[in-house]
Write a protein that binds this ligand. Structure first.
Ligand SMILES: C[S@@+](CC[C@H](N)C(=O)[O-])C[C@H]1O[C@@H](n2cnc3c(N)ncnc32)[C@H](O)[C@@H]1O
Length: 250
């Protein structure tokens, strides 16, 4: 079996470039580091374009023939982790789930800058049944290494989109709103709209209703991913009580 020992190898060069957003966008590729993420992708039916593995890395049976073995120190050069992974998958953005045309529940974020928060929103969306995560202006790249890691592989399950499906009632979340989340009817198809860590909700968020998660005024606000999680939970809670929801959009 061939072993890559040079960091000048074109596969390694490309993997290193994919740590940067511009290269990810121009090549339509991104990295997932570690056995768990590669397994999560596979469980979602997504195979890597390329799989780089240290000589001692254990591979999922389905991918054994696809892996390129790379000296550990050379593979570590592609990593953004303190303890580099033994397995690095290069994935195509186009292989991620396609944006739906209809939905009963969407989460839309604006100016969400922190990649860890972005990944956590995607993870919460997958856990709590959102059909799509909509990326407004100024957001961190959900396929960046920290976001992919924070998503715990949910990125391979939840579709991303740049616009919400049509027909959803837009429920914006703002810590200083007068109405509270529990007072809003979330049983019909909704899009939860959240603002960024610093900027908050954009003025043009086009909300049908704005509401808050009641909290102590000892702090200005909740972390955005926490707020998204609470709101998603409230949607699920109301819907469990109310029965099935029909999708809007199309
Ligand atoms: C960290 S907060 C933004 C704080 C920002 N300084 C502001 O003035 O809005 C990020 C986002 O999380 C959501 N959020 C945080 N705490 C919330 C709460 N108690 N109720 C509703 N939404 C909240 C909002 O969507 C907010 O735009």
């Amino acid at each position: 079996v061939e072993l890559v020992t040079s960091s000048a190898n074109p596969r390694l060069r490309r993997a290193r470039r994919l740590r940067g957003r511009r290269a990810r966008e121009s090549l339509g590729l991104f990295l997932a580091e570690g056995e768990d993420l590669v397994a999560a992708a596979l469980a979602a039916g997504i195979r890597p374009l390329e799989l780089l593995a240290t000589p001692d890395a254990e591979l999922p049976a389905e991918l054994v023939d696809d892996a390129v073995r790379v000296q550990a120190g050379v593979l570590a050069g592609t990593s953004t982790l303190e303890h580099p992974a033994r397995l690095v998958g290069v994935y195509r953005r186009a292989d991620l789930p396609a944006a739906p045309t209809a939905a009963t529940l969407a989460v839309e974020v604006h100016d969400l800058r922190d990649p860890g928060n972005m990944g956590t929103v995607v993870r919460a969306a997958a856990a709590l049944g959102a059909d799509v995560v909509v990326l407004g202006r100024g957001c961190a790249d959900p396929t960046g290494p920290r976001a992919v890691r924070a998503s715990m592989g949910a990125l391979f399950r939840v579709p991303l989109a740049h616009a919400a499906p049509a027909g959803l009632r837009r429920v914006a979340l703002d810590a200083h709103a007068a109405a509270t989340l529990a007072d809003v009817d979330l049983t019909a198809a909704v899009c939860l709209v959240l603002g960024g860590e610093r900027a908050g909700l954009p003025a043009d968020a086009a909300a049908d209703v704005v509401c808050r998660i009641p909290q102590s005024d000892a702090v200005d606000s909740l972390n955005v991913a926490m707020a998204a999680t609470v709101a998603l939970y409230e949607v699920a809670r109301q819907r469990r009580a109310a029965g099935p929801v029909s999708a809007s959009g199309g």
